[in-house]
Design a protein around this ligand. Structure first.
Ligand code: COA
Ligand code: AMP
Length: 623
């Protein structure tokens, strides 16, 4: 294996040769003859003539290759006090039968299935079963409420929804079924068949003629074989926050995804077949899709599915307990989790209680790993703490320190260097290149490597408008930052209206859309403000309709956002203000307000309509 620089240069100078070589790790039902279809820029397709099945690559081939009795998935659930290990053979058996059950409900290649589930093995089984049929899953994070679920149902138009009776948070049981019912009421898409996993912690009442019990369906389901699909066929649609209230349906293909994730398991995460990998995320996020479900299984490794939190289930030693009990070689979590652990266990006393000799790496993503948290974790754990940067859109790391290829010196605050296939450029607003050390918009020259989004679900125009039009020939990441003299990347934060709350990506636009529905609200703005543990939290500013009362309004608005978007939005602060600062064309000055709230000297645009409005707001924002 070459060193980083050599491989990176090869991937940029001859991408087709580089990824043709990586593609040998996949089991194809029809080998790729053409590697990259670049005949229709800015749309690119990887492995356009190849066929394969994602589920067969994740399960069947390992059973056929002699790993049937090896652990594929370890479910560890402190919130229910249960644990279970599935071997590859067991996971294949359950998946093939659930695929049979879905087929019995009419699910076919290309159909969509919405999966709205907590962190239970059945969520993974449902995803893999869709992949087995060539159906397209769309997983919705359990922390989202009815409104967000409905928006995704209307866009994906599923033939089936798979859910559970409840999710279990440390302090409460969250009923999923009422949220599903409400979402199906709001949605325009006619209610499809709903498969419901009854959990013993709180079963629910099924709706006759619509709802089916998971266990009953499985009891007489026949297993089905994997259906070969085109490498370019969609494997899943995962909705993520954009700058408007309407979520973007990120499309992931089958072939490029398998090639890229397999490459990353070996080169970025240094994971070999049989080793244990744990991404402490949620299957509802991209990290969960890529590194709880698909990549570890593609690699023949063992994945850990953890239904718990970094703290409180039961204590700040939870991560270290799981890592030591299951022999985790690499743990992947978000910096917010480390900050939460550190707050409760600043001296790392809990770390010392467990044998962590098998844990070689701690990977971090979801938000910038701040140098202070980096220093704490690397000192307390004594292993490489590796920040790496990526997005739902890319599905795998754009920049990382490739532990399985060459361990580069770590610079705190930097996710290190671009990964193969990602030709990262920093540009000014006018598209000209920034100098080393100079901050600008982070872009990636097209084509993006395999595994990244080929388009948005049913919306090529929005894909182009959101990512490709600003700087033709480049993908706009939405993040700002710089490259230093050594080619290390520094990602400093979003330059749009996306915020990152406890490693969860949220759109201020979608929170504003909910606030605006309240009858007392004339207009509103939501900005992200700094938070010690969660990185950022949203803050709402609302202007009242004339004659409306502010009495109790903040609490009502907090509850409204909780009911509509979900508790995960974490909106706790809402201020009633006399007016919002705007440009003469009516654009609300969110960036300026954000800067004032953060105490930075934010320049006020010359196009401001009424500077007095901003002046009047300053004491509120600085409070
Ligand atoms: N289903 C239902 N509700 C959920 C949920 C889910 N899957 N996930 C979170 N929520 C709820 C929580 O119960 C909480 O509700 P509350 O306001 O009634 O307490 C709310 O959403 C906010 O949750 P969370 O962001 O988890 O905050 P917290 O204060 O409970 O915990 C941390 C703080 C730091 C421990 C937690 O945010 C965490 O573990 N973050 C890591 C996130 C992560 O791994 N992201 C993956 C990115 S790679
Ligand atoms: P998501 O699509 O939910 O994975 O969120 C992607 C966004 O999270 C990115 O655009 C960044 O703003 C932020 N992000 C993720 N990982 C990192 C990281 N390692 N450093 C800085 N920002 C990050």
């Amino acid at each position: 294996m070459g060193g980083y620089r050599e491989l990176f240069n090869a991937s940029i100078s001859d991408p087709a040769a580089f990824w043709a070589d990586a593609a040998k790790a996949v089991t194809w039902t029809r080998e790729p003859q053409q590697i990259l279809d670049d005949s229709n820029p800015p749309f690119y397709r990887w492995f356009p003539d190849a066929e394969m099945n994602t589920c067969a690559n994740a399960l069947d081939r390992h059973v056929e290759g002699g790993r049937g009795d090896q652990a594929a998935l370890i479910y560890d659930s402190p919130v229910t006090g249960s644990a279970r290990t599935y071997t590859y053979r067991e996971l294949l058996d359950e998946t093939a039968r659930f695929a049979g059950a879905l087929r019995g409900l009419g699910v076919d290649k290309g159909d969509r299935v919405v999966i709205y589930m907590p962190m239970v093995p059945e969520a993974v089984i449902a995803m893999l079963a869709c992949a087995r049929l060539g159906a397209i899953h769309s997983v919705v994070f359990g922390g989202f409420a009815a409104h967000e679920l409905a928006a995704r149902i209307d866009d994906a138009r599923p033939s089936v929804v798979v859910t559970a009776s409840c999710g279990i948070e440390p302090t409460r049981t969250v009923d999923y079924k009422p949220m599903l019912d409400a979402a199906l009421d709001i949605a325009e898409h006619p209610a499809p068949a709903c498969v419901i996993l009854q959990r013993e912690q709180r079963p629910c009442q099924l709706v006759g003629g619509r709802d089916l019990d998971w266990h009953e369906l499985m009891s007489d389901a026949e297993p089905v074989d994997p259906v070969p699909v085109a490498a370019t066929d969609p494997l899943y649609v995962l909705y993520t926050s954009g700058t408007t209230g309407k979520p973007k349906g990120i499309v992931r293909d089958n072939g490029g995804h398998a090639v890229a994730l397999l490459w990353s398991m070996r080169h970025v995460y240094d994971i070999a077949p049989g080793e244990v990998f744990w991404a402490a995320s949620d299957v509802g996020w991209v990290v969960g899709h890529s590194y709880i479900v698909y990549a570890p299984l593609f690699a023949g490794a063992t994945t850990v599915l953890y239904e718990g939190k970094p703290i409180g289930t039961p204590d700040p030693g939870a991560f270290w307990r799981v890592a030591s009990e299951h022999g985790v070689k690499a743990l992947f979590s978000a910096p917010t989790a480390l900050r939460a652990i550190r707050k409760e266990d600043p001296d790392g006393a809990y770390i010392g209680r467990y044998d962590l000799s098998g844990m070689k790496y701690l990977f971090q993503a979801g938000e910038r790993l701040d140098p202070d948290t980096y220093a704490w974790a690397s000192e307390k754990l004594g292993i490489p703490v590796v920040d790496h940067w990526w997005q739902t859109e890319t599905g795998w790391a754009i920049a990382a320190n490739p532990m399985g290829m060459e361990q580069l010196p770590i610079k705190a605050g930097s996710p290190t260097v671009p990964m193969p296939g990602y030709d990262v450029r920093i540009v000014h607003v006018d598209g000209s290149a920034c100098e080393p050390g100079e901050e600008g918009a982070i872009c990636i020259a097209l084509p993006l490597p395999p595994g990244t989004l080929p388009t948005l679900w049913g919306d090529d125009d929005r894909y182009e408008a959101s990512y490709l039009c600003e700087h033709p020939g480049y993908y706009l990441t939405g993040d700002g930052g710089y490259l230093d003299e050594d080619g290390y990347l520094y990602v400093m934060g979003r330059i749009d209206d996306v915020i990152n709350v406890a490693g969860h990506r949220l759109s201020t636009g979608s929170i504003e859309a909910v606030l605006a529905t309240h009858p007392a609200v004339a207009e509103c703005a939501v900005i992200g403000i700094a938070d010690e543990i969660k990185g950022q939290v949203p803050r709402g500013l609302v202007v009242l309709k004339s004659g409306a009362s502010a009495e109790g309004l903040a609490d009502e608005l907090v509850q409204l956002v909780r009911d509509e978007i979900g508790a995960v939005a974490c909106l706790r602060l809402v201020d009633v203000v006399p007016a919002l600062p705007k440009t003469r064309s009516g654009k609300i000055l969110r960036k300026t307000m954000r800067g004032i709230a953060h105490g930075t000297d934010e320049p006020v645009p010359s196009t401001i309509e009424d500077p007095a409005v901003l002046e009047a707001l300053k004491p509120v924002l600085r409070d």
